[in-house]
Ligand binder design. Sequence first.
Ligand code: FAD
Length: 415
Amino acid sequence: MAHHQILIVGGGAAGLTVAAQLRRARPQLEIAILEPSADHWYQPGWTLVGGGVFTLEETRRDEGSLIPAGVHWIREAAAGFDPAAATVTTSSGAVLHYDVLVVATGIKLCWDRIEGLRETLGRNGVTSNYSREHVGYTWETIQAFRGGNAIFTFPQTPIKCAGAPQKIMYLADDVFKRSPAVAQATNVIYATATPGIFGIPAFAEPLRGVVARRGIDARYQHTLKAVRGDAKEAVFTVREGESEREEVIPFAMLHVTPPMAAPDVVAQSPLAVEGPGGWVDVDKGTTQHVRFANVFSLGDVSSLPNSKTAAAVRGQAPVLVANLLAHLDGQPLAARYDGYACCPLITGYGRVIMAEFNYEGTPVPSFPLDPTQERWLMWVVKKDLLPWLYWNRMLRGADHERRFMPGVAAPLTQS
Ligand code: FAD
């Protein structure tokens, strides 16, 4: 049976960042990443692919070019976890033993929980920026749109990047308004399972202003349950107090954000929380598993109750790395994650509200500017600076500063 000192499952934003930071902090550690994909995708760029600003290829790199030097890449998926035995079984049936496990498999998109969706996704004006295969179709659909209902949905589960379902709506609305005839014939509908526009009050208020200014028809407590592609009808369950009713809305364009959960291999393992989601059950401060001390988790698959974003990984990784090293050294785990997350809320071409906040929902801006304002500068940060930081700093393990500006860094514990 192969043994690894540190085994990281998932070489996405979180797994690569942790591997790179661990290598920098303690180069002698033996580290393996279990990751089946040959490609790595900068998913935060997909809103701009759907909005015609980036090409999909601009968001791709070879996974091999991002695996830190000296880290062993096992090109397989995890097929089973046995944390009591400290082993992971791979898709080929190999059993890997570890001293410390880091679970970073990301999130599962549950397309099948919406009846009829799979059959029509990519046709009939039904699209999703959450699907790599269909994000290009979003831009095609927006450009071809000539009027009718354009519906943008948000599901009833936690999702990655809670702002993304509305960001693409504002970009689409800008394009529709370029033609007075199209604008006249169009009704943009935001149909969300949530009771409000955004979970953080400080940023919900300006977003309500954006919705009002644009004349968007926001419908709350609306959960998409079925899509009738050929008839171009979306079927919603609408919650009204204690009761529910069904509402059928015809559409010319439908952008779907599917429900999400932990991948089955995690959700069906002893690592999972009890109850919905199946996330890896970790302490919200230390990122250590609550039952298995040699297991840590971060990113979308973890139970950390923050907004699931790549930006949050910037806040989590230095904490996880410091605590993992403390665990190896038999020291108390001193580092604490404060829930930092950032969602660059694109409110149109050239406009972004840079929403940075913590577990308490308190704004924690990296820039000395009112963070609740729409700004062209933050559009530049979103479009140019953040991708650069991701490829050149974060994934290289250099981005110990969890926010954008050096000097406000959460220090990385060196050994
Ligand atoms: P991922 O980056 O998804 O990586 C998971 C990795 O695990 C993948 O490489 C996968 O192949 C691998 N894996 C899966 N199953 C297994 C297995 N069984 N065994 C081994 N490996 C496995 N974030 C922001 O910060 N800002 C934004 O503006 C933003 N916008 C977004 C817009 C869209 C449309 C989308 C889709 C996402 C957006 N995000 C944004 C969210 C961000 O991309 C994720 O939060 C981030 O990628 C999470 O990192 P992760 O490593 O947990 O998951």
